[in-house]
Write a protein that binds this ligand. Structure first.
Ligand SMILES: Cc1cc2nc3c(=O)[nH]c(=O)nc-3n(C[C@H](O)[C@H](O)[C@H](O)COP(=O)(O)OP(=O)(O)OC[C@H]3O[C@@H](n4cnc5c(N)ncnc54)[C@H](O)[C@@H]3O)c2cc1C
Length: 483
């Protein structure tokens, strides 16, 4: 039976004001839905999507990579190129003063086109990068070891070797993507929130009034979801509830077992003082976003950025993605996000293994930081909602009328923020449902696929469960940072 599409006047509730929820609200309201309300337990109007101010959503971050090269996966290549048009449009709206969120100015930008470089320590480009080179538009990609590409890059002022490697004789090859760069994620979320409000979307951003306590079920038909109850005890009726709770979604919706799991990436932050000569060296004008050995297992999976205006240089590791399995009320284990800002038990640490891979990279590729006395001073574990196949999950929930999910960014969905919601509204309305992206994002089970990319739900005895791993707390790092 086809799902009922809400009318333009029907109340629609979105739970979660991260990239998925914000973009969905923005596009629903832009497309004429007049009663859209977003609930989130984070007081984002006060905390402004800042990790330093208590936010722990994946989207609440200083920066995220934008890169359009996706190997053979042209679905995401095309969606990224579409999103880049949106990012440019948002920068233009900011600069012109047309759309300026509270606390931001016309000098702010939501993204910078400072390029993206994907490196490996082998002699040739890996298959993924070769496929990106073949499928991306001409003259957007440069191979660091190709003399012709080197000349063109030089004429464009692009540095294909931005790292001062300690041992330059060791093999190193990189693919530079001119279309890519960095989004200032916290500012981008504030922009999307403001824009969604201008279109008429409503937001309840509050630890109590904004927190989903439970889904409301119909009195006669228990399989029908008719709204939500929030932690202040209030009920909110809706024709459709869209769950967009990022890493929290699988523990809220057990039906996602086997399809989605919350996993954690590890992040290290170094602070470059403004007076240091390295402040300019790592400025976005001089340094791209980057990845290193992204698909090479637990000794690779590194990525990073230019420094922010505040001097934060961020390096992430996802060679291993960790889990926090907890027994839930139905007796089953699910991975539940835990962060330095969680209620109750918190964690101000990352796995020792992640820290040692990051430190080894710093020693080899960016030795000048350590020589200048600039060390890792703060860490974060940041929660993805992963699917077993790295695809998003955007669909109605089977057997639960009135409920939809928009989730499982699997570590790569922030870059679609300006346009993602348009796709989600299409999926809700059943528009263009034969398009490959919408097909790939449908509710699915592992049996439908050849093989899983991510091995999920290994449980508390699994090798990636945080409780089985040695952790290094921030207090044991070289220096402690001021929050
Ligand atoms: C370490 C790391 C690095 C990444 N790097 C990149 C990158 O470089 N480029 C890129 O494009 N993508 C990247 N991603 C992926 C990207 O961040 C995510 O795909 C995207 O931000 C997910 O958005 P979301 O809305 O699904 O989830 P989130 O941003 O986590 O938002 C979920 C929201 O739901 C709210 N919520 C949860 N439970 C409740 C409840 N009970 N009641 C009310 N609200 C609730 C939370 O407070 C939160 O605001 C990265 C992710 C991580 C973790």
């Amino acid at each position: 039976m086809a799902s009922i599409v809400p009318s333009k006047k029907d109340p629609i509730i979105i739970v979660g004001a991260g990239a998925f929820g914000l973009s969905t609200a923005l596009h629903l309201a832009r497309r004429g839905y007049t009663d859209v309300t977003v609930f989130d337990k984070q007081p984002y109007d006060d905390s402004r999507y800042s990790y330093f101010q208590g936010c722990d959503a994946a989207s609440a971050d200083i920066n995220k990579i934008i890169r359009a090269g996706y190997g053979k996966d042209v679905i995401y290549q095309d969606i990224t190129l579409e999103a880049v048009e949106g990012w440019n449009q948002w920068n233009a709206e900011l600069a012109s003063g047309q759309t300026v969120p509270p606390g931001m100015t016309t000098a702010d930008r939501v993204w910078v086109n400072n390029g993206h470089i994907s490196m490996t320590d082998g002699p040739v480009l890996p298959p993924f990068e070769q496929a990106s080179l073949a499928s991306m538009p001409k003259n957007t990609q440069f191979v660091s070891t190709d003399t012709h590409d080197q000349q063109i890059a030089k004429s464009l002022g692009i540095n294909l070797e931005p790292f001062k490697r300690q041992d330059p004789s060791r093999p190193n090859v990189a693919l530079y993507d001119r279309t890519g760069g960095t989004t200032y994620a916290d500012k981008a979320c504030r922009f999307a929130l403001h824009k969604a409000r201008i279109y008429g979307a409503k937001f309840v951003l509050d630890p109590v009034a904004g927190e989903l306590k439970e889904l409301l079920r119909g009195s006669s038909d228990k399989s029908e979801i008719i709204g939500i109850r929030t932690s202040d005890g209030k009920t909110h009726r809706a024709a459709l509830v869209i769950l967009a709770c990022g890493g929290w979604t699988p523990s809220i919706l057990p039906a996602l077992d086997g399809l989605n799991e919350a996993t954690a990436g590890s992040v290290a932050l170094l602070k470059i003082p403004r007076e240091s000569p390295l402040y300019d060296r790592f400025a976005p004008e001089n340094f791209p976003s980057w990845m290193h050995k992204m698909r090479d297992g637990h000794l690779g999976g590194l990525y990073g950025f230019a420094r922010t205006d505040d001097g934060w240089l961020k390096i992430g590791y996802r060679g291993n993605k960790y889990t926090n399995p907890q027994v839930q009320s139905d007796g089953r284990e699910r991975s539940v996000p835990i962060t330095r800002w969680s209620k109750g038990e918190t964690i101000k640490a990352i796995p020792k293994q992640a820290l040692s891979v990051i430190q080894a990279f710093l020693d080899q590729y960016l030795p000048e930081l350590g020589e200048a006395g600039i060390h890792i001073s703060m860490t974060r574990i940041c929660w993805y909602n992963d699917s077993f196949d790295n695809h998003l999950t955007v669909d109605r929930v089977p057997g639960m009328d009135g409920l939809m999910v928009a989730t499982s960014g699997s570590g790569h969905a922030f870059k679609y923020l300006p346009s993602l919601g348009n796709w989600i509204v299409d999926a809700m309305e059943g528009v263009g449902s034969d398009r490959p992206a919408i097909q790939a994002w449908r509710w699915r089970t592992l049996g439908d696929q050849q093989s899983a990319i991510n091995e999920i739900m290994q449980g508390s005895k699994g090798p990636r469960a945080l409780s089985n791993l040695a952790l290094v707390t921030d207090s044991r790092l070289g220096r402690s940072a001021k929050l």
